[in-house]
Design a protein around this ligand. Structure first.
Ligand SMILES: Nc1nc2c(ncn2[C@@H]2O[C@H](COP(=O)(O)OP(=O)(O)OP(=O)(O)O)[C@@H](O)[C@H]2O)c(=O)[nH]1
Ligand SMILES: [Mg+2]
Length: 228
């Protein structure tokens, strides 16, 4: 047996840099649909997220651990979120909801002022663009007053339709590029391990509730299909 000059077999996955992302925003804006469509490439009906779900999304050179926060249980769920551990954030807006735009704007500003998000990236998805009354890019740009957003963060406004898989790829491409400039892979791996442990212990009950709801939904779909 001699020395081998063969290159070690490196799975392309090992070259992906890990990062943690938090997806938040208006309730029912399409956060979970964006993640599901990006991951599976097809539209599947979602149910409202209770607490926080965790999803992994792999791209060419980056592996995202995404925490998906349900819009209805925000204050409770947010206690488990530490912006310090996030490499970036995705904020989702329902482009048809003109009534809540001022409140949404305030929330976006508050997030952009978080000290722990300094120099990090925020991808803003203006979702549901397939609907006829959706706000346009210019309208959103003006109403969200994006030029006044804290200059310490990098942001990008992306129009999208999650159910039609429009704009998602472009949005994630921007995010991946912007994250790669800042990630410390060693720190990310440590943070992901901590987060996963934390997440599994603290949200077991929440997950169990979500599991039950999914089971009930599946069951009722099944029963309906039997009687259709
Ligand atoms: N027309 C349209 N409907 C969408 C789009 N994205 C999501 N929806 C619908 O909006 C509803 C809410 O979608 P979710 O993905 O569950 O929204 P969410 O933001 O995760 O909701 P919470 O977890 O409850 O905060 C569902 O009925 C989706 O089918 C879109 O781009 N266009
Ligand atoms: Mg959801």
């Amino acid at each position: 047996m001699g020395l081998s000059h063969q290159k070690p077999v490196v799975s392309p996955h090992e070259n992906r840099k890990p990062a943690i992302i938090f997806i938040t925003g208006q309730r029912s804006a399409g956060k979970s649909t964006i993640l599901n469509m990006t991951k599976f490439g097809k539209f599947d009906s979602t149910i409202l997220t209770i607490g926080i779900d965790m999803q992994k999304l792999d791209f060419d050179n980056i592996s995202l651990t995404v925490l998906d926060e349900g819009g209805r249980s925000r204050s409770r769920a947010s206690r488990y979120i530490h912006y310090r551990r996030m490499s970036g954030l995705i904020f989702v807006i329902d482009s048809t909801d003109r009534e809540s735009i001022d409140e949404t704007c305030k929330e976006l500003y508050a997030i952009s002022n978080e000290e722990d998000l300094r120099n990090k990236s925020i991808l803003i998805f203006a979702n549901k663009q397939d609907l006829p009354n959706a706000m346009t890019f210019d309208e959103l740009y003006e109403k969200l007053n994006l030029t006044k957003l804290n200059t310490n963060i990098k942001w990008h406004l992306q129009l999208s339709s999650a159910i039609q898989n429009q704009g998602l790829h472009e949005g994630f491409q921007w995010l991946a590029k912007s994250l790669l400039e800042n990630i410390d892979p060693k720190q990310s791996v440590k943070d992901i391990t901590k987060l996963t442990n934390n997440f599994t212990s603290k949200s077991n009950l929440i997950n169990f509730n979500t599991f039950l709801r999914k089971l009930i939904q599946f069951d009722s779909k099944f029963i309906l299909s039997r009687f259709a």
